[in-house]
Design a protein around this ligand. Structure first.
Ligand code: PLP
Length: 413
């Protein structure tokens, strides 16, 4: 490989190697960004195909084409509801996790203000942007929002949530597990507390559905968001759980589809794909979790042994088994985070420095800043997120390439 001193990328200079084309052609590819999205499972595609081609009826039509689609939609809803411990009628299909978060938080907030006059929302400062931006837009509508601080491990303590409650609090929204650092919150405790005080509890379970046990009854959840493309299902579909009896305004006006809670022609092929993906993931959940935790621990030990300047982000044990997030300590090493990711990409390794929505923005992750990392350290971070296809060889290759890149572009202080 030829070495060039630098290349101008979007206004900044990055130190990169320029590989020759044959090298790229033969290059090993390691995808370690399963938290951003996952590839479609071929079995999921197979299950969806008839609903694109032969069984194309509108699920709201009363003729047999429509009824065939409606049956598939109901069955898909049932499959997902069962996994969540919910009733079929409590599950509404939407376009993804972002829509679910928007529809649930805005829908409940607007309804509660008209109904009971409550106008206070409690959330945390490490939520996904789908929740944070929703809350910001509700502040423009004169709702009051308390953003509870996460601790240094990225955990939102139930005690701090309790302290934020006011008589005007109508909804608490705390994510099940964080998408950047993987820390899992004690949501059943928060849910129990909320229920005792007649406050609705929403959780964003986009990163945990079919990866950790999620049961809406056991965990005292009133409202929940999930998405298909994080579990080897298609992009563009998700679902929201709304506990029976919860009053909510709808976000999208139109027809009476999805029990009047989400207008628009039902996307049957995607719903079938979502349910198939959920069924398959749920079946393999325990085995995969065990396997991925082994790979994560291996990578963590190798990094710890080799790089004394690496900090590990996230809770050491209460964390998703497939996410490992690290930072290069700015007090001990100078290394440019973007060059790091770019060089890893050139070596065929796909990782990010935060969530997919913020990577590329050149801004350090709001989650790492909230956990107390300084800006330079937060910027020099990598999130490795493994999936069903990740092997031990992938981990060894990633470690070896990272070692070469760090010694090439890092300066020990
Ligand atoms: N919530 C969390 C925690 C996520 O990780 C994501 C996606 O990264 C979303 C919400 C948004 O989901 P979707 O991409 O389906 O809109």
């Amino acid at each position: 490989m030829a070495e060039t001193p630098c290349r101008n990328i979007g206004g900044g200079f990055l130190f990169v190697d320029v590989p020759n084309p044959m090298y790229i052609f033969n290059m090993r590819k390691v995808y370690l960004d399963h938290t951003a999205t996952t590839p479609l499972d071929p079995e999921v595609l197979e299950a969806m195909m008839p609903y694109f081609l032969q069984k194309f009826g509108n699920a709201s039509s009363i003729h047999r084409f429509g009824q065939e689609s409606k049956a598939a939609l109901d069955e898909s809803r049932n499959t997902i509801a069962k996994i969540l411990g919910a009733q079929q009628g409590e599950l509404i299909f939407v376009s993804g996790g972002t829509e679910a978060d928007n529809a649930l938080i805005k829908g409940v907030a607007r309804n509660m203000r008209t109904g009971s006059g409550k106008d206070h929302i409690v959330t945390s400062n490490i939520e996904h942007h789908a929740v944070l931006e929703t809350c910001k837009s509700l502040e423009d509508e004169k709702f009051t929002v308390t953003y509870v601080d996460a601790d240094a491990d990225g955990c939102v303590s139930p005690e701090n949530v309790f302290k934020a409650i006011r008589p005007s609090t109508g909804i608490i929204s705390i994510m099940h597990a964080n998408n950047e650092v993987g820390t899992v919150n004690r949501i059943e405790t928060i849910g129990r507390f909320a229920r005792e005080r007649n406050i609705l509890f929403h959780t964003d379970a986009v990163q945990t559905f079919c990866k950790l046990p999620v049961n809406v009854a056991d965990m005292n959840i009133d409202l929940l968001s999930i998405s298909a493309h994080k579990i080897y299902g298609p992009k563009g579909i998700g679902a929201m759980f709304i506990r029976k009896g919860v009053q909510i305004d709808r976000l999208i006006d139109g027809g009476a589809q999805e029990r009047g809670r989400r207008a628009g022609t039902e996307n049957v092929p995607l719903a079938v794909g979502f349910a198939t993906a959920a069924r398959l993931m749920n079946q393999s959940r325990e085995n995969q979790s065990h396997r991925l935790l082994g790979l994560k621990n291996k990578l963590r030990s190798m990094l710890k042994e080799r790089f004394p300047f690496v900090l590990f982000n996230g809770h050491p044990s209460e964390s998703l088994p497939h996410i490992l997030n690290i930072s290069f300590d700015s007090r001990k090493i100078r290394i440019d985070g973007e060059s790091l990711l770019f060089n890893l990409d050139l070596a065929g390794i796909a990782v990010t420095s935060g969530s997919a929505c913020t990577s590329g923005s050149q801004e350090p992750s709001h989650v790492l800043l909230a956990m107390g990392r300084d800006r330079a350290t937060a910027k020099a971070s990598i999130r490795f997120s493994m999936g069903n296809s990740t092997t031990e060889e992938d981990i060894n290759y990633t470690f070896n390439e990272l070692e070469k890149i760090v010694s090439r572009i890092g300066t020990i202080l």
